[in-house]
Design a protein around this ligand. Structure first.
Ligand code: ARG
Length: 598
């Protein structure tokens, strides 16, 4: 409804400006301008409301009700407004309630219907955004935290892509650091042939591999020494160490890619190691700008507000006393690179980082240092998008029955398996026979979308409880419920032989409240997308989808569609089609595939 809203606002501004002129107060216009109209919170208040009289009452020193009626006179004389408005009334202490003519909405609905993107505006000039998400660590478990980052990051990327941004989806994989010393030493001991063969040998379960090398590292001084030496070899570019490192990375990468494939998510890997060659310069530049101080031989930055538990200043360590660099150093190099113009950078105008809340302090420190060093160009922006924990139904950390950390692959497969069981039960009950492909494909889509949607539909800041039973239920704010609504509409289309172009758009008419509720909701699509974008909150879209489905299902259950009289039938079919389009487009933006039957 952005178009309608902007148009009406413009006309109201004209009348209000004339009012201020009449009162010799036109210089006060800017104070009023921001809040001229808002969408009504309740149906009985009409479509839009204005509390401008209350603000004007302070400026003109008059009773707001008197002002409201004086303004109404001007507004009623404004043809632009009277052409749009059906009813204007003064309510409460001087609010103006505005009800628009029905054809205003119908026209917009038809315009949306004709547009691929339901008329959601695109940004005028293409700009590049980097979304840094997923970002698991080599040889370590990709855990539920990474799953959240992957799902939320993908959806944010899709929102921005839909709005016309150029999005670079970056996987800032943890592929560098001292842990590779112990991993490579362990590799050489356990798989002495691994580096000789030309084929990549299978190291088995990498997480187990990590655990056993860590155990050795913690308990064996000789091994520790070897591991330390290995770090140095690796940093100096020793060929054998590098190929061991590559072997480990390749193996992890395969496992990560499995997960991205199941989730159908695209992301480009550019791990921490990519920025190695820039780290020295980062330190030098910070030194030359007098941002670094030496503290106990480490190179540090002290930042305002960063304190440890005892209230003492807590430095951000940029270079350790042994010369090694930190997670933060790499992030500074990455930030600078991403804002730099090509060929030595990405030329982004904004970077968005999606990680758990636990990293908020890290990012706030990195951003502060970057600010001081003037690495964030004018009109550019960095944003951390934090999220809460995934918990089990008991409110504790999510674990298997045996108390182990859950593997992502197992978790996704279990969701698919459960979706399949539910589906088979349903088919039996409904006496339906379906082939193997149908069952496989349907279960996969339901299982995966259930996990994605359960995550996205939460306010990301809060912790959420992971429950297969809840997320796979056919009722409630779940993916299966939304998918089922899409399927219902596909069913109507099949019954009607999908004669979409036969609809006579000049003869659209709506008289029922169920239709109007649906229309008004459908027209909010553009606002919802833009608010999800502005607040970086995909759950806005989820809530909206759920509301549409509830309103649509009421419309579907309470009014007849295919049996209605010709013009009414066509009008209602049109509503079905636009609902379908809105649902599909929104689900697509959430990274959720839809089904025609289920
Ligand atoms: N690898 C990190 C982790 O697993 C996440 C990296 C996030 N991105 C970044 N630029 N720091 O926690």
């Amino acid at each position: 409804m952005i178009l309608i809203f902007n148009k009406l606002t413009k006309f109201f501004e004209d009348s209000i400006l004339s009012y201020l002129k009449l009162n010799n107060k036109s210089e006060e216009f800017d104070k009023v301008r921001e809040n001229i109209l808002v969408a009504s919170t309740k149906e009985e208040f009409g479509d839009f409301q204005s509390n401008v009289s209350l603000i004007l009452s302070k400026i003109c020193k008059k009773n707001p009700k008197v002002i409201a009626s004086e303004i109404l006179k001007l507004i009623r004389a404004n043809d632009d407004i009277t052409n749009m408005v059906e009813d204007l009334e003064i309510a409460g202490p001087g609010f103006i309630n505005i009800k628009l003519k029905k054809n205003i909405f119908i026209n917009e609905l038809i315009l949306n219907y004709k547009s691929e993107r339901l008329n959601v505006p695109k940004i005028e000039k293409e700009k590049k955004i980097i979304i840094d998400f997923s970002s698991p660590n080599i040889a370590k478990e990709m855990h539920v935290g990474h799953l959240r980052s992957t799902i939320i990051g993908d959806s944010l990327a899709k929102i921005f892509e839909f709005r016309g941004f150029k999005v670079l989806r970056i996987n800032h994989v943890g592929d560098w650091g001292t842990q590779f010393g112990m991993l490579i030493s362990h590799l050489k001991d356990v798989y002495p042939d691994a580096l000789k063969s030309t084929e990549n040998i299978n190291l088995g379960d990498l997480v187990e591999f990590y655990k056993s090398s860590k155990k050795r590292f913690d308990n064996d001084i000789n091994f520790q020494e070897k591991a330390r030496q290995e770090v140095i070899n690796l940093q100096q570019g020793n060929a054998e160490s590098i190929s061991a490192w590559k072997l480990l990375c390749n193996q992890s990468r395969k496992e990560f890619n499995n997960i991205y494939n199941i989730l159908n998510i695209k992301i480009e890997e550019r791990g921490e190691s990519f920025y190695n060659k820039y780290l020295k310069n980062i330190v030098q530049e910070l030194e030359s700008k007098n941002i670094i101080v030496e503290d106990q031989k480490a190179k540090c930055v002290f930042l305002e507000g960063m304190k440890n538990k005892e209230g003492k200043p807590l430095p951000l360590i940029i270079q350790k006393k042994d010369g090694g660099f930190n997670y933060a150093t790499t992030d500074l190099a990455a930030l600078k690179y991403r804002f730099n113009k090509a060929p030595n950078g990405d030329g982004a105008y904004r970077i968005i980082y999606v990680t758990d809340q636990g990293q908020s302090n890290h990012f706030s420190a990195v951003f502060q240092v970057a600010e001081k060093a003037q690495w964030i160009p004018k009109n550019c922006q960095v944003t951390h998008v934090p999220f809460g924990l995934v918990q089990g139904v008991d409110g504790k950390k999510l674990k298997t029955r045996e108390g182990e950390t859950i593997r992502l692959k197992d978790l996704l497969n279990e969701s698919i398996k459960r979706a399949e069981n539910d589906l088979k039960l349903r088919l039996e009950k409904e006496n339906r026979k379906e082939n193997k492909d149908f069952i496989e494909n349907t279960s996969k889509i339901i299982g995966i979308s259930a996990v994605k949607y359960a995550d996205l539909s939460q306010n990301r800041i809060t912790n959420y409880q992971f429950s297969f039973d809840k997320m796979l239920a056919l009722n409630g704010n779940t993916a299966p419920y939304l998918l089922y609504t899409v399927v219902r509409i596909a069913g109507i289309k099949r019954k009607n032989n999908f004669k979409e172009d036969e609809i006579n758009l000049d003869k659209i008419l709506f008289n029922e409240i169920q239709e109007w509720r649906l229309i008004k909701k459908l027209l909010k699509f553009d606002e919802i997308i833009i608010s999800a974008e502005n607040e970086l909150m995909p759950n806005r879209i989820c809530n909206y989808l759920y509301e549409i489905c509830q309103i649509f299902n009421r419309f579907y259950d309470q009014l007849s569609i295919l049996k209605a009289e010709k013009n009414i039938k066509q009008s209602r079919l049109l509503l079905c089609y636009i609902t379908e389009k809105t649902l599909k487009l929104s689900l697509n933006i959430l990274g959720i595939e839809t089904l025609e039957r289920m």
